[in-house]
Design a protein around this ligand. Structure first.
Ligand code: UGA
Length: 443
């Protein structure tokens, strides 16, 4: 099938490459000429396992094409994906200007029927707005061409995006148009073998499904973080509690890991956007507000623990930070807990020596000019002359470090573990002050 994807960011590029890999003829359109030129040379703007070879292979085979020419893009595909960004505007609502601009582009150039797919995470009601935009442009062109706007939200996770897209848990399709449903079935047939993963519904329900899924997951995390705070105060161990409740199949083990708060480009943005949507219709979403509040507080914990250890005197101290990305296997630092920690440390007059396996360039890009930041090449060099170690991201290379070396290199034997990677008893026996998340009286 001939497919066009507008917006070659995370979602757009992964979706395009995966569709091309099963034999669809996919054209990618982006207004960023530099990005498109780089992609043609095999230079991928993001770090995502498995994506570079997939893009190279499909580009070489001719199934994946790149252009900055919107007219070429519109005439190529019977199916037109909109996968551009929906950044939060000042009040946290999703800003639809890029989505609507693509809708306008499609309507301006289309001369044959199109199935237009909203892939970006967009508030409930967006498909109607896209549809109205297309209708008004077609009316002003005085042409009558069939089109349908479908909501087909993406559920991929950074770091596992290619796998998630190749083997989706479910493919949610919001449209009541029979022809569009047929087209979507054909498009996704290669990913829908063995058992039917396609879930058809109306367009608004599909739009809400995306937010409900992310907000549910964010709620699980904030719930566990709240339990971890209680565990600390009550002298219980949240890791034991996690085991205890996860074994109930109605609860399950997934997404109940306590930590230093959720980050990334999705959960914080989507929770906020759904709160704004609710506010806009005079509904107060008490649970979502609490989820956000708990997460904000959780991100302050790493700093609070350090502050506690040093009795509020962090000025002149140097802190080794292991992990900058919001989670492992990505270089993405959006809304990462490391950012809150580093900002608080700088404010308190402390210095940071940071190491991350993938996010060093990204950190340099964001904080390059920042005084008091030293980005170092290995996890060991981050410890050199440091007063304390904080683990922000659970990269596997941080899981079993050489504690003798840590002990020898740190000026103070203190570890703040934002991801519960270490055994509190083991560290206590070695004479460390250990601050985990919800590990009872672990210090
Ligand atoms: C999330 C969802 O998991 C995807 O299903 C969704 O498609 C995606 O958003 C999106 O909307 O595009 P992602 O942001 O890549 O994916 O990352 P997650 O793996 O969900 O992690 C988000 C944050 O939650 C991370 O900071 C992680 O450390 C934290 N987390 C996750 C916890 O603190 N505890 C957990 O148990 C799980």
């Amino acid at each position: 099938m001939k497919v066009t994807v507008f917006g070659i960011g995370y979602v757009g590029l992964v979706q395009a490459a995966v569709l091309a890999s099963v034999g669809h003829d996919v054209m990618c359109v982006d207004i960023d000429a530099n990005k498109i030129e780089n992609l043609k040379k095999g230079i991928i703007p993001i770090y995502e396992p498995g994506l570079t070879p997939l893009v190279e292979e499909t580009y070489q085979s001719g199934m994946l094409k790149f252009t900055t020419n919107p007219e070429e893009g519109v005439s190529h595909g019977q199916i037109q994906f909109i996968a551009v960004g929906t950044p939060p505007d000042e009040d946290g609502s999703a800003d639809l200007k890029y989505v609507l601009a693509v809708a306008e582009t499609i309507a301006s150039y289309m001369d044959s029927p199109k199935v237009i797919i909203d892939k970006s995470t967009v508030p409930v009601g967006t498909a109607d707005k896209v549809s109205a935009k297309v209708a008004s442009v077609l009316a002003s062109r005085k042409v009558d061409i069939d089109y349908d706007v479908v909501s087909n939200p993406e559920f991929l996770k950074e770091g596992a995006a290619v796998g998630d897209c190749m083997k989706p848990d479910r493919i949610v399709v919001g449209t009541e148009n029979e022809n569009s449903r047929k087209v979507m079935r054909e498009l996704y047939a290669p990913f829908n073998r063995n058992h039917d993963r396609m879930i058809f519904m109306d367009v608004r329900s599909a739009e809400l499904t995306k937010y409900a899924a992310n907000c549910m997951l964010a709620t699980k995390i904030s719930f566990m973080n709240e339990m971890s705070n209680l565990a600390e105060l009550l002298g219980a161990d949240i890791e034991a509690v996690r085991h205890g409740i996860g074994s109930d199949s109605r609860i399950g083990y997934q997404f109940i890991y306590p930590g230093c708060g959720y980050g990334g480009s999705c959960f914080p943005k989507d929770v906020q956007a759904l709160i704004r949507t609710a506010n806009g219709i005079d509904y107060q979403p008490s649970i979502l507000e609490a989820v956000e509040k708990v997460n904000y507080a959780q991100k302050q914990k790493l700093f609070e623990n350090l502050n506690d250890y040093f009795d509020g005197d962090l000025a002149g101290k140097t802190v080794a930070v292991w992990g900058l990305s919001f989670k492992p296997k990505t270089d993405d630092m959006r809304e990462a807990s490391s950012i809150e920690l580093m900002k608080a440390l700088w404010k308190a007059g402390a210095k940071v020596q940071a190491y991350d396996p993938e996010a060093m360039e990204e950190c340099q890009r964001i904080f390059g000019a920042q005084q008091g930041l030293d980005l170092v090449g290995t996890k060991e060099s981050a410890l050199k002359g440091a007063d304390a170690l904080v683990v922000c991201t659970e990269w596997s290379q941080f899981r079993a470090p050489d504690f003798d070396l840590i002990e020898a290199m740190l000026n103070h034997k203190v570890i703040v573990d934002g991801r519960n990677l270490y055994d509190p008893q083991l560290l206590k026996d070695r004479g460390f002050a250990y601050y985990g998340i919800g590990r009872g009286d672990s210090v």
